[in-house]
Design a protein around this ligand. Structure first.
Ligand code: FMN
Ligand code: SF4
Ligand code: SF4
Length: 268
């Protein structure tokens, strides 16, 4: 199968899924790439379309063992026309539960042909100085593994005959997928007096929850708790308040200290 270009799709509020999708592309022998970063609201306006002579590499973060709702809705609008696809879940060293299975299912349903799947580890969105979880991942080793995975997938794709039937890839997870908990809006972000109202937090927020005119104001109904604003603030004015979210972050920091490693899956 001859593939000449690839689309790299991700939702990545804190940048780890984007880093993985780009590292995978480094290992491919393809020169033409387009990054489709649907973290940006304007990118989500347009459904993704791909052709069968290109490759789709799609990496999504794991939220509560599932795909983020926002990402799921966008993925379900894709039109993939027989495109070979690499499906990747990026998780914060707890577990990826049903997210990778869900991603593969959606890609197949939208007309794509998953040729390989993987789960990689990224620093947990809730990780902070007092609650470290998978800090600075993906690290050099993870990125090298992502690139090597890209090279391995390239070999598999090169060996496929045109119109080859590729079976479903066996990945962990269950159907029906885990129920998503219906979390009520939560006021979990503290804004310190050192806030300069620079607006960086508003510009990185994937849901437009932070007012551009007054960045100290957050619309809690729009907030998906991705923590992008906390991690991006140049003067560390944003932090997690004491309360339910901080309790979860502390628990995860205690429970998820043991380093997990990336895993990859191919069709048999
Ligand atoms: C609301 C929320 C729920 C999360 N749930 C999980 C989870 O179930 N398991 C896990 O290991 N990590 C979980 N994480 C951590 C992210 O999957 C992880 O940090 C990922 O690397 C973030 O991707 P990004 O940098 O592309 O935004 C969660 C993060 C958020 C914001
Ligand atoms: S990024 Fe930080 S300093 Fe800038 S407006 Fe947001 S909270 Fe304030
Ligand atoms: S306000 Fe909420 S949705 Fe927006 S960046 Fe911050 S945590 Fe994410």
């Amino acid at each position: 199968m001859k593939i000449t270009s690839a689309k790299l799709a991700c939702f990545s509020p804190t940048g780890t899924s984007r880093a993985i999708v780009q590292a995978i592309s480094d290992g491919l022998s393809i020169n033409e790439f387009e990054l489709v970063d649907m973290t940006k609201p304007e990118v989500r306006q347009k459904p993704l379309q791909t052709a069968n002579d290109e490759l789709l590499v799609v990496a999504m973060p794991v939220y509560s063992g599932r795909l983020p709702v926002l990402a799921e809705n966008w993925l379900k609008e894709m039109s993939l026309a027989g495109t070979p696809a690499i499906c990747v879940a990026v998780y914060g060293n707890r577990e990826y539960d049903d997210a990778l299975l869900e991603l593969q299912d959606i890609v197949r349903k939208q007309g794509g042909v998953p040729v390989a799947c993987a789960a990689f580890i990224g620093e947990h969105s809730f990780s902070a100085d007092g609650t470290p979880i998978a800090v600075a991942r993906p690290d050099k080793q993870d990125l090298e593994r992502a690139s090597a995975f890209g090279t391995a997938v390239q070999k598999v794709i090169d060996s496929f005959e045109p119109n080859a039937q590729i079976p479903e890839i066996s990945v962990p997870g269950n159907r029906p997928y885990k129920e998503r908990s219906k979390g009520a809006p939560l006021d979990f972000i503290e804004i310190g007096e050192n806030c300069t109202e620079c607006g960086v937090c508003a510009s990185v927020c994937p849901t437009g929850a932070i007012s551009k005119a007054l960045p100290t104001t957050t619309d809690l109904d729009k907030c998906i708790r991705c923590c992008a604003c906390i991690k991006a603030c140049p003067v560390h004015a944003r932090s997690m308040k004491e309360g339910a979210m901080m309790d979860i972050a502390r628990k995860l920091s205690k429970m998820c200290g043991e380093r997990k490693e990336p895993v990859t899956f191919f069709a048999n």
